[in-house]
Design a protein around this ligand. Sequence first.
Ligand code: NDP
Length: 242
Amino acid sequence: MSRVAVITGGAGGIGRAIALRLAQDGVDIAIVDRSAECDELCALLRGLGVRAGAYQCDVSDFEQAGAVCGQIVADFGGVDILINNAGITKDNLLLRMSEADFDLVVDVNLKGVFNFTKHLSKALMRSPAGRIINISSVSGLMGNAGQVNYSASKAGIIGLTKTVARELAPRGVTCNAIAPGFIETEMTRDLPGSVKAAVLSAIPLKRMGNPGEVAGLAAFLASEQAAYITGEVIRIDGGMAM
Ligand code: NDP
């Protein structure tokens, strides 16, 4: 019986790479994203021989998330892997940060993780090897000037990950976090040249990462080989936050 993965923010850079990588491992994929335009990605996934479906949802909306999770379980017959990946930035220095931008980023990045983890926890407990993989960030480990909202949300994900790991371990579900550094996606594409140069000088490996590298780590954490790893936070950042 093939496994089923739910990937939030699955239409974006890292989420899409994880979807394609897991599909190569024979995992059926439910893409959850704000936009419904996932036909091309779903066709690619089906071309790899797996079942694929797209579900439109704002992950920060508890009710919507519950309805979508119920629909996915009904459509696929269960869920084995949850990748909480949807995320946004609304950067500004603390002195200029609006309450609305703080709330929005925490609602999407942190509450969205709570929503999907809560609504899928029973399905994951029914899986013979449930896996939850949360995409945090080095900003949540180190802090980052201009990202008080984003850093708080990503640090919150780490606390959530460790608590969920403890609560669901007796049911055979592991829960881990990945903390990427700077990865080449839409999120980092528009950084000013001066910021990019400063970032590169702080990365020992002297380059940004690519989504495929994050996807490889997610695929490992989702695999049988990672069965004894839980409550862990793994950096993938070219050495930036060591
Ligand atoms: P992208 O912007 O490429 O992808 C994010 C995806 O999440 C998009 O498809 C976006 O949809 C979707 N999304 C945003 N808000 C919501 C929402 N409310 N409900 C549902 N879907 C939503 O970014 P990345 O692939 O780079 O980021 C993926 C994750 O990795 C994020 O959590 C990010 O914080 C994290 N990360 C990224 C790093 C990087 O350097 N790129 C570094 C560290 C962590 P839409 O396009 O419609 O906005």
